[in-house]
Design a protein around this ligand. Structure first.
Ligand code: ADP
Length: 679
């Protein structure tokens, strides 16, 4: 076994790898960019080296710099994690040349699987089933168009070098092919530096089922069962589970064996995932092989009780597979949810900012049945702590929440509960969106296919629930507490209240709900009438409702509040900053803004016709020029942020009167990109 390794990654996966190193007594060396000097992964590793600027290209993608760091620090091996250099064959080769062990497969296997197109050719030869399509080397646009026409629509365009759904485009009609091809090639070139594409028949309602395999240097190959990753948005995984629900033992074994065949065909070594696309009737086709640890590997760890990073290290160090196929057991059910800083209702735009408040359900950070005898029910893999920022430089993942249960039903219940206990303040997250999916009948009943989210979008993208009286009462309690602690205990409402010398104080508190505003729903106001005199306090949570006896107190832990409203005892948590009160009550989050009635109303000057950048990024295509008349929905400009393209479309028909940016310009969130005259 190694005694020191360098982790060429950041975020949760770097922390995850460091945890295994610590358990095995292997020293870990972190690398970090200028933006990550205070990052958690730097703190959890034993040593750390700064390798360059914030942009990935200036740091985490600088192979030579990372290898240099490994040598200087005396590391024997490099673990690349996922993303960044994990599937980069030049990097693997450079590691070997520098005398470092690359903790991953042999260079030839990365090369073979690095291109989806070449991999398909190889798998076809090894008799692994393939989706009908075109993966030839001729990339002439007309040739591609002819192939697409021959396959029949809908056709799926993929970047040959792709991953993470980037570049992928579904084309419904022949006439839409050329534009989709150009867009796919552009995204492929910017994400992977390679604009080659392949075509596949687009299957309707398929499932994504993948098999975890492991191979050692002695030629042994085993499969660690399967995972279902069908719940996706824009071809990116949202929820993953192990084992894949509803597979017969025979199908499970057939798929496992097909995956082992695929691995053997490329003389694979280490951890790998063979991804299959499966039809409702159980036919499955090879999609690609990921030659690294997957984001969703924890669900496999939960059901097998194994530490996959430990297996990776042992195999890279030359040890044989720790267990044989017959010794591997799959126990219970595990589900993973990816918690992202993003706006699901706004096309999943990444959200950046500081994690002002972060509270997780009771969990273990990384636990295994084999190691501690008791399988963890809830595990969280995260690369951030409260106070850290999600920046535009890297993937906006906040954490992975993984649960295990004896059955799928139990795992699902645990997931729903754990999600309800997650509290994140400071940026938008997908937590409410995840909650709606896991509590929906379609997911619960195992109606798994890649169209699940789209089919039920009305339910999943529903407006934020309106705050019930309990939530308003908790917010009022937090406001009162704040006033009191600011030294206004004697008369909390001095500044605002309408005191009458011989009568009670009566105050109307106005609350607006932030999420609803963003979703275009009525955000309030929710008027709460608070009455206080010497003897008693009351609260009326709606204009016409009867005042109810009211009392409040602070809980034992920070942010915890309790109130009595009538005879109801209500507890929750409230995180405040300025006039924004984030209330967490019974598994739901409500962002309420207190409107100080003495302050003037926010200026909501008309924004019509102004087209602003929804996030910081770069302009990569300007599709219109001033004077141009456009139809509603017409694409006007394309931005790129976090390597994803976002097209700005015309909200109404009109004439473009101004274009403020050109291709290559970097723009910040909220700047005006163009002006459209709707008249
Ligand atoms: P990436 O490597 O970019 O993640 P994949 O080839 O793994 O791309 O595909 C990602 C997802 O896209 C799959 O999980 C599946 O949901 C969908 N997909 C891929 N190929 C097809 C296809 N031929 N028909 C329908 N959906 C597909």
């Amino acid at each position: 076994m190694f005694n020191k390794i360098l982790i060429a990654n950041r975020g949760e996966i770097a922390c995850r790898i460091a945890a295994t190193c610590k358990r095995l007594g292997v020293r870990s060396v972190a690398v970090y960019s200028a933006a990550d000097a205070q990052a958690r992964h730097v703190a959890v590793c034993d040593e750390a080296v700064q390798i360059g600027g914030a942009a990935a290209a200036d740091s985490y993608l600088r192979g030579a710099r990372i290898i240099e760091a490994a040598r200087v620090m005396g590391a024997q091996a490099v673990h690349p994690g996922y993303g960044f250099l994990s599937e980069n064959e030049d990097f693997a080769r450079a590691c070997a040349a520098a005398g470092l062990v690359f903790i991953g497969p042999p260079i030839a296997a990365i090369a073979a699987m690095g291109s989806k197109a070449a991999a398909k050719t190889l798998m076809g030869e090894a008799a692994v089933p393939l989706v009908p399509g075109y993966h030839g080397i001729d990339q002439d646009a007309q040739r591609l168009q002819r192939e697409a026409d021959a396959i029949g629509y809908p056709v799926l365009l993929k970047a040959s070098a792709g991953g993470g759904g980037k570049g992928m485009r579904v084309v419904e009609h022949s006439h839409a092919f050329a534009a989709a091809l150009a867009s796919c090639q552009r995204e492929a070139a910017s994400s992977f530096g390679d604009d080659r594409v392949l075509l596949e028949k687009y299957l309707t309602r398929p499932r994504h089922v993948e098999v975890q395999i492991f191979a050692d240097q002695q030629g042994g190959v085993v499969y660690l069962f399967d995972r279902d990753c069908s719940v996706q948005r824009r071809h990116q995984k949202v929820l993953e589970e192990a084992p894949a629900p509803g597979l017969s033992a025979e199908l499970r074994r057939t798929m496992g064996e097909a995956a082992v065949n695929a691995a053997q065909a490329v003389k694979y070594v280490g951890a790998g995932t063979v991804e299959f696309i499966m039809t409702a009737s159980g036919e499955f086709y090879f999609m690609e092989m990921n030659t690294r640890l997957q984001v969703e590997h924890p669900v496999t760890e939960m059901v097998t009780g194994l530490d996959l990073v430990e297996w990776q290290l042992r195999i890279a160090a030359g040890e044989p597979l720790p267990l044989t196929q017959a010794q591997l057991v799959c126990e219970g059910h595990a589900i993973e949810a990816r918690l992202y800083a993003e706006h699901p209702a706004r096309g999943f735009l990444p959200s950046t900012g500081t994690l002002r408040h972060l509270h997780w359900p009771a969990h273990v950070e990384f636990a295994l049945s084999a190691a501690d005898g008791a399988r963890a029910a809830v595990r969280i893999d995260s690369g951030v702590r409260q106070g850290d920022s999600i920046t535009p430089f890297y993937d906006p993942m906040i954490a992975k929440l993984i649960v295990h249960g004896a059955s799928r039903q139990q795992a699902l219940a645990r997931m729903a509960q754990a999600l309800g206990e997650c509290e994140v303040v400071g940026l938008h997250t997908n937590i409410a969106f995840l909650q709606r999916i896991v509590s929906h009948d379609a997911f619960a009943s195992g109606e798994l296919d890649t169209g699940l989210i789209e089919r039920h979008q009305a339910a999943f993208f529903a407006a934020e629930p309106v705050p019930p009286p309990a939530v308003l009462a908790l917010a009022c309690a937090a406001l009162l507490a704040r006033q009191q602690e600011a030294g206004e205990a004697a008369s909390p409402w001095t500044a605002l209240a309408h005191w009458r010398l011989n009568g009670p104080c009566i105050q109307t508190l106005c609350w607006y709900q932030r999420g609803r505003e963003a979703a275009g729903d009525e955000p309030g106001p929710y008027a709460v009438t608070f009455t206080s005199d010497h003897e008693a306090q009351t609260l009326a949570c709606a204009p016409c409702s009867e005042p109810e006896p009211f009392a409040w107190w602070r809980g034992d832990v920070p942010h915890a509040f309790g109130v009595m409203l009538g005879e109801r005892r209500i507890t929750g948590r409230v995180v405040t900053q300025d006039d924004v009160f984030d209330v967490f009550y019974q598994g739901q989050a409500y962002a309420l803004e207190w409107q100080n009635l003495l302050a003037h109303a926010a200026d909501e000057a008309g924004d019509e016709g102004r087209l602003t950048a929804p996030m910081p990024g770069k302009v990569i295509a300007v599709l219109v020029s001033p004077g141009e008349v456009v139809a509603k929905g017409a694409p006007l400009l394309v931005m790129e942020a976090m390597k994803m393209e976002h097209t700005i479309g015309a909200p109404t028909a009109g004439t473009v009167t101004e274009v403020h940016y050109a291709v290559g310009d970097q723009v910040s969130e909220g700047v005006q990109l163009l002006v459209l005259d709707a008249g």
